[in-house]
Design a protein around this ligand. Structure first.
Ligand SMILES: Cc1cc2nc3c(=O)[nH]c(=O)nc-3n(C[C@H](O)[C@H](O)[C@H](O)COP(=O)(O)O)c2cc1C
Length: 196
């Protein structure tokens, strides 16, 4: 059982989202004691450049040496994703969406012909047989009420994962961390809701 643990908060292991995603990883390891964990910190991941986009849908044999080099980071990120049976992503809510380093990672892994393709029936995700857990940390509360519609992180991530074939996704939220009445209990409440 290979677990890919994506730690996307700029605060890395000092973050609340890491504490929540790490609690998920620990519970997964209790269930799968022989599990191996690979950590990925996407801080510094290159953004999709003009060169990258020109190269990324070419089959390998049609790429120039330079294009091959430009795609190295993406190739490695896809291999790492393919090695995993389970993907655990810790993320903070940033301006109602996902942090930019996580978006940079997504743009590197969602490659035509490798992560997804088109068939007569529509889009086919090519990253199969994986389970994902998403651990979101936020200052506000978005799980119910009208504010639900202004939280674009979990829906975005779930859509992207489903697009590439990862349809089994569980979500957890440590929310209300900006509210004095909720901040002390938000994380423990989220951790106690974990079901593996
Ligand atoms: C740049 C930035 C943007 C943020 N945007 C939001 C937001 O849109 N909504 C919200 O509820 N909290 C927002 N927050 C608060 C964080 O989501 C909150 O502090 C979260 O617990 C941080 O998680 P972390 O410790 O895993 O980094 C923002 C914080 C920062 C630094």
């Amino acid at each position: 059982m290979n677990i890919l643990h994506v730690i996307s908060s700029p605060k890395q292991k000092a973050s609340t989202s890491f504490q929540l995603s790490d609690a998920i990883v620990k519970q997964l390891l209790e269930k799968h004691p022989d599990g191996k964990v690979e950590e990925l910190i996407p801080a510094g991941f290159p953004h999709a450049s003009q060169e990258f986009i020109a190269a990324y849908d070419l089959p390998k044999h049609q790429q120039t040496a330079r294009q091959n080099e430009v795609l190295t980071h993406s190739d490695k990120a896809i291999e790492q994703l393919q090695r995993a049976d389970i993907i655990v992503i810790g993320l903070p809510l940033y301006n109602f969406g996902i942090p930019s380093s996580l978006k940079a990672w997504i743009d590197q892994i969602v490659r035509p012909g490798i992560a997804f393709t088109y068939s007569e029936e529509g889009i086919v995700g090519l990253i199969k047989n994986k389970k994902a857990y998403l651990a979101l940390s936020s200052g506000g509360v978005y799980s119910d009420g009208l504010s639900h519609f202004s939280e674009h992180a979990l829906n975005h991530l779930k859509t992207v994962l489903e697009f590439i074939g990862i349809t089994d996704v569980s979500t957890y939220r440590a929310e209300g961390l900006a509210y004095p009445s909720l901040m002390d209990t938000a994380l423990t409440k989220a951790i106690s809701s974990i079901e593996i």
